[in-house]
Design a protein around this ligand. Structure first.
Ligand code: 5GP
Length: 206
């Protein structure tokens, strides 16, 4: 077993990040997934303490002012934050940790823990991103429109990350992600010219 490391995975909504991260944790059971605090309302398919730690705004502010959050951000009108204690406990127990957070949070973690590896997930195309967002039945049309706009903004930050995974095929993306975690397969490295070209193609077709 290698040393426990911190991995930050970010993606626009609709890139398929949640499915990918679930498949990843199944493939590598030594990984630990950080459960974030959020002030967002719980969705019907979510469980408190499993998907998120759902808290009131006052509680969130208290956690933040006490320094209990490794990073925090306002995303789509809701506050989100990573529990510092949770991450430290997993690392101390020898488990690598996955943070599934947005690009603003990724920036903060990169500053405070520069040894982390940051990974950005992109959808195979903007058309596919839009289709995935529309297929989600849990959000209203208005919410979907805004998520789509936000997703375009989020994607502009891909170049701040160490690695980029294009999620066109789940199996391939999981393997690419496992390679990225193991430090193998430089083809997902943000500095790889072929990858940069592929990302450029995805983002150009708007
Ligand atoms: P959702 O509300 O759809 O579950 O997540 C919305 C966004 O918040 C996603 O981009 C997700 O990655 C991000 N997010 C979830 N937890 C955290 C967190 O702890 N910190 C930050 N910065 N972003 C988070």
């Amino acid at each position: 077993m290698g040393a426990a490391r911190l991995f930050v995975i970010a993606a626009p909504s609709g890139a398929g990040k949640t499915t990918l991260v679930k498949a990843l944790v199944e493939r590598d059971q030594s990984l630990r997934f950080s459960i974030s605090y959020t002030t967002r309302t719980r969705r019907k398919n979510e469980t408190d303490g499993v998907d998120y730690l759902f808290v009131e705004k006052e509680e969130f502010e208290r956690l933040r002012s006490e320094g209990a959050l490794l990073e925090s951000a306002l995303v789509f009108d809701n506050h989100y934050g990573t529990s510092r204690a949770q991450v430290e406990r997993h690392l101390a127990e020898g488990h690598s940790v996955i943070l599934e957070i947005d690009w603003q949070g990724a920036r903060q973690v990169r500053e405070s823990m520069p040894e982390c590896v940051t990974i950005f997930i992109l959808p195979p195309s903007l058309e596919e991103l839009e289709r995935r967002l529309r297929d989600r039945r849990t959000d209203s049309a208005e919410v979907i429109e805004r998520r789509l706009r936000d997703a375009l903004g989020d994607m502009s930050h891909w170049d701040e990350f160490d690695r980029v995974i294009i999620n066109d095929n789940l199996d391939r993306a999981v393997n690419d992600l496992l390679d990225a975690l193991a430090g193998r397969g430089r083809s997902s490295s943000t500095s790889d010219p072929a990858l940069r070209e592929a990302v450029g193609r995805i983002l150009a077709r708007s």
